[in-house]
Design a protein. Structure first.
Length: 103
């Protein structure tokens, strides 16, 4: 019975509405709130630098614990630096998110 149902769906696919037009963009497209900072960054910056900036941010985000440990072992006091970097990241994320949600 399952094989029959799968074959029927493959042969006669169900239609929900009109066919999608890939050249027409809906006017009410908006990402979820947790992607809105990234979406706003992509819309306000030129395409290539924006994407490179996101890639660089992700690389620094992943490698920062190793950088922190490396500098801490060499005698740097990273407590204040971590607070400043973390506060700046949260502030930038909040500004971009709220800017995208308001506008």
């Amino acid at each position: 019975l399952l094989i029959l149902m799968v074959n029927l769906v493959m042969i006669f696919p169900p239609t929900i509405g009109p066919m999608a037009d890939p050249l027409e963009v809906a006017s009410n497209v908006a990402p979820p709130w947790y992607f809105s900072a990234t979406y706003k960054w992509i819309t306000i910056a030129p395409r290539q630098p924006a994407l490179f900036g996101i890639l660089l941010f992700c690389a620094v985000f992943v490698s920062y614990p190793y950088i922190d440990r490396f500098l801490t072992e060499r005698g740097f006091n990273m407590g204040r630096v971590n607070i400043v970097i973390g506060s700046a990241a949260v502030l930038i994320f909040a500004i971009l998110t709220l800017w995208n949600l308001v506008i």
